[in-house]
Design a protein around this ligand. Structure first.
Ligand SMILES: NC(=O)C1=CN([C@@H]2O[C@H](COP(=O)(O)OP(=O)(O)OC[C@H]3O[C@@H](n4cnc5c(N)ncnc54)[C@H](O)[C@@H]3O)[C@@H](O)[C@H]2O)C=CC1
Ligand SMILES: CC(=O)[C@H](N)C(=O)O
Length: 370
């Protein structure tokens, strides 16, 4: 009997650690559900330890089912081994995630839950992705305070307590209208206007191996953005292919810094591997390109000549108007040789290459693909 079937027969008492790659567990079904769960969990943890690459770090990713986490887990598992990267989140993982490696429930507001995971899995690094993004955060400020501020505090405490190397992303949103916007340097006045920006403004070293990169809007084809101000730059490709039309919630000339997800994930991996003495700062701006909705519209039209775009700004315009237009990442380029590989043209090309097969059925004979 497979472990999953055995657990199902116990009346869904499986704990969140019981995932699909443990294939058989004789005798589980004959025990009481609670005992079985503990046994299975021990079995599962032992199994993972035996499978781990002991000379590589064990990495816990919080909020790993979001736009960035799934790709990073794949990249790091490729480098460190499938069982060295523990994905976590508070939502149910789809089967394809459970099949690729360990996945556990981790609520960043539950400190004991986090401690248990770090101890049981012997976590060396944490990549902290759980957050409420800018637009969603403004809609529910109290929750954003809890998740982004209290949650980060828990992660800092945890990392301090267990000597963990910690990566926490920051964002262009950590700057406000009083910062120079074109370009925005690393060290300048920071008076963010959103709760998201406030929660992403890190100004201390916290006395641990804390590393952070301030990212621009991230653009990806296989995962969707989680409710930010830069989401239009992903939605435009899907809508262009599905309907030949997109209604943009930002003004045509709103310039924001952006980055393709492969550059973003590679930057995290490179940055985390740097020796301490190469880091002159703990938090760096990084950037790849800046564009406006109008610039993107013109490029999309080259792929889909009949594509139309209308503009109906909403509350996200007010957020975008306070954010950097161009990010100065010269310190990252100087100190650790940061280089992006995707500019706006290449970004559009890879987005269409990835998404055309997905929507081909709907668009046959209409789209002109270079
Ligand atoms: N996507 C982007 O354009 C940028 C993202 N970032 C930062 O990168 C990180 C990852 O971003 P995305 O993947 O885009 O975010 P996302 O919104 O797609 O994913 C966030 C994840 O956090 C999880 N989460 C929410 N509450 C939680 C809790 N209490 N405990 C545990 N998990 C919880 C959600 O279930 C979700 O899967 C965030 O910190 C974000 O601020 C920074 C700059 C740009
Ligand atoms: C730039 C970000 O941090 C994010 N995509 C958002 O728009 O909130």
């Amino acid at each position: 009997m497979s472990l999953r079937v055995a657990l199902r027969s116990l009346g869904q008492r499986a704990c969140s650690l019981c995932v699909s790659h443990v294939t058989s567990q004789g005798g589980v079904a004959s025990r009481t559900p609670a005992t079985a769960c503990v046994l299975v969990r021990q079995f599962h943890e032992d199994f993972l330890h035996r499978k781990k690459n002991m000379d590589k770090p064990t990495v816990l990713i919080t909020g790993s089912l979001g736009q960035l986490g799934q790709g990073l887990a794949k990249l790091l598992r490729g480098k460190y081994g499938q069982y060295n990267v523990i994905m976590s989140d508070i939502i149910k993982a789809p089967d394809h995630i459970l099949e690729t490696g360990p996945y556990v429930y981790a609520d960043i507001l539950d400190f004991k839950n986090l401690q248990e995971i770090v101890v049981n899995y012997r976590v060396d690094w944490v990549v902290h992705f759980s957050a409420l993004l800018s637009a969603i955060g403004e809609q529910n400020v109290p929750l954003a305070m809890r998740v982004n501020v209290e949650g980060l505090h828990n992660i800092l405490e945890l990392s301090n307590q267990y000597g963990i190397k910690l990566f926490v992303p920051s964002t262009i949103g950590a700057f406000g209208p009083d910062s120079p916007r074109n370009p925005t340097p690393d060290l300048t006045i920071q008076r963010p206007r959103t709760i998201y920006g406030v929660s992403k403004y890190y100004h201390e070293r916290f006395g641990l191996d804390f590393r952070s990169l301030r990212f621009p809007g991230i653009i990806s084809s296989d995962t969707n953005p989680g409710g930010g101000t830069t989401d239009y730059a992903v939605a435009i490709f899907h809508e262009a292919l599905k309907h030949g039309h997109y209604q943009c919630y930002l003004e045509p000339d709103t310039m924001l810094p952006m980055m393709y997800i492969e550059d973003c994930l590679r930057s995290i991996s490179e940055f985390m591997e740097l020796p301490n003495d190469q880091l002159k700062m703990r938090t760096y701006n990084i950037q790849a390109m800046s564009f406006t909705p109008r610039i993107l519209e013109d490029i999309v039209k080259r792929y889909i000549p009949h594509f139309t775009m209308t503009y109906k700004p909403d509350g996200r315009q007010a957020i975008a108007d306070t954010w950097p237009m161009v990010f100065d990442d010269s310190n990252a380029r100087r100190d650790w040789n940061w280089r992006h590989q995707y500019d706006t043209e290449r970004l559009c090309q890879v987005m269409f290459e990835a998404l055309v097969p997905k929507y081909r059925g709907r668009f046959v004979g209409i789209m002109k693909f270079r």
